[in-house]
Design a protein around this ligand. Structure first.
Ligand SMILES: [Zn+2]
Length: 292
């Protein structure tokens, strides 16, 4: 038996034991959105799955930093696991070092994660982040005002009529940023519009790039990419997504996205929010874990 010397960790383990196997119906998304502070418990525990979970000990991303700026600040979705905050800052530094401009960062998660009233199914465990395709290049780089951060709209990289990449918008810098993001070992996958995946597959003719496998086609995602981290080390209540399929995803599986079947409206309908893990009841009810 491992000697548990950290009282908070001990409390967490006891709670985990007591609640193991019991589902939590989940408070409404509005209740999760109403909580404005993270729990202070531990050093970040992502609990459950990306689309049915929560997080204890989340960290706020500073609203501006080297090479990045947070958008839609009023939504209060700039919290995440410390690993996610580190990832975003690292990406910002990369963009600044390369002289590419500034990343505009959309939603991470709510202070305690959980379902959001609008916009996403995932982003519930503090391990997902949306980043706009490059909008502030080096030549027009500046700090945006609070108002601009609320009202600017992310430009689409895809032509609405053909579903193909729009070369008026898309640049090599976007490809470079995606490659950098997908190359990070903590990144599980990156979701982009199928048209963007196709562009990357066509440009990497040797198809030997391991990072390309992590870039996955998904609906929408024409004006931002979505980075999903793996469950962090020591987060034993965190559920990873199923492993990536074999191959780089440039062949038949990509072609499916351009088929008639993929365009059927029913494909995009969403099932109801699944129950959250029982531990999330502890997280939303606040300091039961934090005050130990
Ligand atoms: Zn997203």
């Amino acid at each position: 038996m491992i000697w548990i010397h950290n009282r908070r960790l001990l409390a967490f383990c006891v709670a985990a034991f007591l609640f193991a196997g019991r589902g939590f119906a989940g408070d409404s998304a509005a209740e999760w959105a109403a909580v404005v502070t993270p729990t202070k418990t531990l050093a970040g525990q992502s609990i459950g799955g990306y689309a049915a979970g929560c997080i204890g000990g989340a960290v706020a991303l500073p609203l501006s930093g080297i090479g990045y700026q947070v958008m839609r600040v009023s939504r209060h979705r700039y919290y995440g696991h410390a690993d996610l905050i580190r990832f975003v800052r690292h990406m910002g530094e990369f963009v600044a070092d390369e002289g590419l401009g500034s990343l505009l960062v959309g939603d991470l998660g709510q202070p305690r994660g959980g379902p959001t009233p609008s916009g996403h199914r995932s982003h519930q465990t503090g391990l997902d982040v949306d980043i706009w395709f490059l909008t502030l290049s080096q030549s027009n780089n500046r700090l945006l005002t609070e108002h601009e951060r609320e009202v600017w709209r992310a430009p689409s990289m895809i032509k609405a009529d053909s579903g193909k990449i729009d070369h008026e918008q898309w640049t090599d810098a976007d490809a470079k940023i995606l490659q950098m993001a997908a190359s990070q070992p903590e990144v599980d996958r990156v979701f982009v519009n199928p048209g963007i995946k196709r562009e990357l597959c066509e440009r990497n003719a040797d198809l030997s790039a391991a990072w390309l496998r992590k870039i996955r086609p998904w609906w929408k995602h024409d004006d931002h990419f979505h980075v999903r981290l793996k469950c962090p080390d020591g987060n034993s209540h965190c559920n990873n997504q199923e492993p990536l399929p074999e191959g780089l995803g440039c062949g038949a599986s990509l072609a499916w996205w351009f088929s008639k079947e993929a365009q059927l409206p029913g494909r995009k309908t969403q099932s109801p929010q699944p129950a959250l893990p029982a531990l999330c009841e502890q997280i939303i009810n606040g300091e039961a874990l934090a005050q130990q």
